[in-house]
Ligand binder design. Sequence first.
Ligand SMILES: *Cc1c(COP(=O)(O)O)cnc(C)c1O
Length: 496
Amino acid sequence: MQFISTRAKDTSVSSSEAIVAGLSLDGGLFVPESFPTVSMDEMKEMIEMSYSERAARVLSKFLSDFSLEELMDYTEKAYSKFYDGDPCPLVAIDEQTYILELWHGPTCAFKDMALSLLPYLMTASREKVGEQSKTLILVATSGDTGKAALEGFKDVENCEIIVFYPSEGVSDMQRLQMMTQEGDNVYVCAIEGNFDDAQTAVKTIFNDDAMKAELLESGYKLSSANSINWGRLVPQIAYYVSSYVDLLSADEIEEGELINFCVPSGNFGNILAGYYAMRMGVPIGKLICASNINNVLTDFFKTGTYDINREFHKTSSPSMDILISSNLERLLFEISGRDDKYVAEIMNDLNTKGVYELDFNKLRSSAPNFMGGFSSEEDTLDTIANFYEVNDYLLDPHTAVAVSVFANYAVESSDETKTVIVSTASPYKFPTDVYYALTTTDMSDESVLACKKLESYTGVDIPEPLQNLSKRISRFTDCVAKEDIKNTVLNYIKKK
Ligand SMILES: *Cc1c(COP(=O)(O)O)cnc(C)c1O
């Protein structure tokens, strides 16, 4: 299987080349040249398999320069780091709805599903393409990606990882998780300012040829652990296939019965993996794209216009506070009939004007499965409280956005199709907001205490990776101005 660029179809690379490069040189994203299929018989066979085995099967359809044995080895290693048994349990809530918990990994957010595996794929890909330099992974994070990437890449040979986070933009819990990171090849640094400052500073380095030459002299090439990298997207397809298999196995659905997924979305990587699963043959009815009040995607699916010229809101679901959903480009490529010129054109419109328009009727006819909806802050917090009261189940704010959007969708559409709500974080990653939703007690930045209170209020255990965070040693307390980020990177490399 070869991979082509969304902005230049005649660029074609192998799976390992796509993983090492991250992004195509023309600025486009790598997508598979065609969609492999997964048949109903194969899914029935998967009933007997572990999650690692199922994931390796799905990966092997795309990553043709890896053997199934190799992939099995990586998935077993990756998912053995999850803290209790099944890496992605499917919990039945009522007759119609299920929750797919993707947060049982080392950092308690769904990013672990891919970032536990990416380091193995990256290391093997480096060998396959004969890469001589070491890899320097630079990450700007609003919280979850940074920690998951650090956990994934810690002590991985020939890789160094540096994470920059905005001093004012991450939750207390997320900051603690990053400051206490272990490993000899990791460095974490705050940047004065907000997420955009951090993101822009890191992007500047990726575009700085002099800086890149200097790094190369020291033996390093830059790479990315963001969801623009195909190696981060492909592991996500597996859990869409696997949850269909789980529903079959539990006799909750008939063979071939359609199911919906409702996905809390930011950069559009998670839900796009669901679309790819559908293209492979998993019977999926609707893909419901749930947003918070940064609802640029909702408007897009309702009107065909994508417009980032709007106010940016900080919400209780910070990992979805995003206006530019990078992975939407991959969907646009498919729904335009793989028209690379057109994609390049509208991405240019987005860059220069912050807006592009699709013909709405064309959008509806080429992407009939997609629905969009958003939840206000008030509705999200109410949803946490109601869902706990009615179902005795504790939601984090991101998952609550999806539950709230699905509730509205179900009423408006009368759709009774069985629906999987994709749950992206443990409630204990956002304990102050969740505790507030349940009790209206404001714990502001006392997140460690809020965890304890939430635990005794609900009886739901604090996940193992989030216990005792305050007792761990803070290794990384640096904070620099964004002008100094270049020197920070170079100094780190010089000391290696
Ligand atoms: C990253 C993240 C999301 C958004 O996922 P995308 O793939 O960027 O759409 C949602 N919830 C949580 C908790 C996340 O960490």
